[in-house]
Design a protein around this ligand. Structure first.
Ligand code: SF4
Length: 109
């Protein structure tokens, strides 16, 4: 490869890298936003309704432990501090960190 061809190739690589890095946050917002909206469990979902799931735990009539939240449930795998996260009972769909349902089980320490 000649020096000219190598320079051209290097410049093209740098341009592509810069463009990809610059576009990545926008792609994440677009794709991430769509995925979250599509995968959130609705209280009207038949399984959610059967389990008395409420996105706001304070609205769940059967909840007796006032400290019980999805974020402290063994089936919840969301990150601490996130507003929502996956629940194993809903095939990994997102539930509210402040939600609750009758299947709540204290997270193992
Ligand atoms: S099983 Fe646990 S994490 Fe899933 S909805 Fe019920 S309380 Fe929330």
């Amino acid at each position: 490869m000649s020096n000219h061809a190598a320079d051209h190739s290097r410049r093209r690589f740098i341009k592509l890298t810069v463009a990809t890095v610059a576009a990545a946050p926008f792609a994440e917002v677009l794709l991430g936003g769509t995925a979250i909206a599509a995968d959130t469990v609705a209280e009207t979902d038949p399984q959610a309704a059967a389990l008395g799931y409420k996105a706001d735990a304070t609205k769940a009539e059967k909840r007796t432990d006032k400290t019980a939240l999805c974020s402290s449930c063994n089936f919840y795998t969301g990150k601490a501090g996130d507003a929502s996260g996956p629940c194993a009972l809903f095939q990994g769909k997102l539930v509210s960190a402040n939600g609750w349902c009758t299947a709540w089980a204290k997270k193992a320490a």
